[in-house]
Design a protein around this ligand. Structure first.
Ligand SMILES: [Zn+2]
Ligand SMILES: [Zn+2]
Length: 248
């Protein structure tokens, strides 16, 4: 619920930018300054997990990042709208609060462009189930809000609670790949009456960090008979090793 004074302000003032207080024409928009400072994920990127890469392959080919070459993820492709930096954080932060509607609209709109081919080909949109570490602080799933809005925009069906968290997990930050996978093992499951057999599923989340959670969700759905699973997120954390190379 919005506090009354906020509701009053919203009704008398023009809508403000999704990431700051600058007035904008329509709700769900960014102001010019924020839009310019938004760091969109752009090529070259890993053709599999979508992580921005420092160099394009000679001859214009699209290559895979070292992580995907070492261990192919369960999902086929992951794409994201924004690099997860300070601007992206400011855009995604409102999802945590009750008056999230505008932020959801704006972010879903940003996700459409990089996600277009995946959205077109998907039979079903499925949000990553609520991160257990955040469950205590929140009553709703921000990934589900984005999935519902993308379903509205594209006419694709959405399975809001198709995946469930069976137990709490520790934050995965700072753990290596093996430890992250071990922490998530058995933590995510299909709802017993959920059916993904033969479907091409697009998994939706707000931020992709290492991709381990997305990978586990994809693995569970493929095991349940999904034909293919892709991933679309509002933002993704760039690999610091590649960022250093790109700046060198
Ligand atoms: Zn702004
Ligand atoms: Zn990759």
């Amino acid at each position: 619920m919005k506090p009354l004074f906020r509701w009053l302000l919203d009704t008398v003032l023009p809508p403000s930018c999704l990431a700051c207080d600058t007035p904008v024409e329509k709700e769900g928009q960014f102001c010019v300054t924020c839009f310019k400072s938004a760091n969109f994920v752009s090529a070259p990127l890993c053709r599999c997990c979508g992580v921005p890469l420092p160099y394009a392959e000679a001859g214009g080919g699209v290559r895979k990042c070292p992580s995907c070459i070492a261990t192919a993820p369960a999902f086929t492709q992951a794409r994201a709208a924004l690099r997860y930096d300070e601007t992206a954080k400011r855009m995604i932060l409102p999802l945590k609060y009750a008056d999230h509607t505008e932020a959801v609209k704006g972010l879903a709109e940003l996700m459409r462009r990089p996600g277009e081919p995946l959205l077109q080909a998907a039979n079903l949109l499925v949000p990553v189930p609520l991160h257990a570490t955040r469950l205590r602080a929140r009553r709703f799933n921000q990934a589900a809000l984005l999935a519902i809005q993308l379903a509205r925009l594209t006419g694709r069906p959405v399975g809001v609670d198709l995946l469930v968290r069976r137990r709490e997990t520790m934050p995965l930050e700072g753990l290596d790949l093996a430890a992250r996978r071990a922490e998530l093992e058995g933590a995510i499951a299909m709802r017993p009456d959920g059916d993904v057999r033969g479907k091409r599923v697009l998994l939706i989340d707000d931020v992709m960090t290492s991709g381990t959670t997305a990978n586990e969700c994809a693995r569970v759905m493929l095991e349940a008979g999904a034909r293919r699973v892709d991933v679309l997120t509002a933002a993704r954390v760039a690999d610091p090793r590649f960022e250093a190379l790109a700046l060198a």
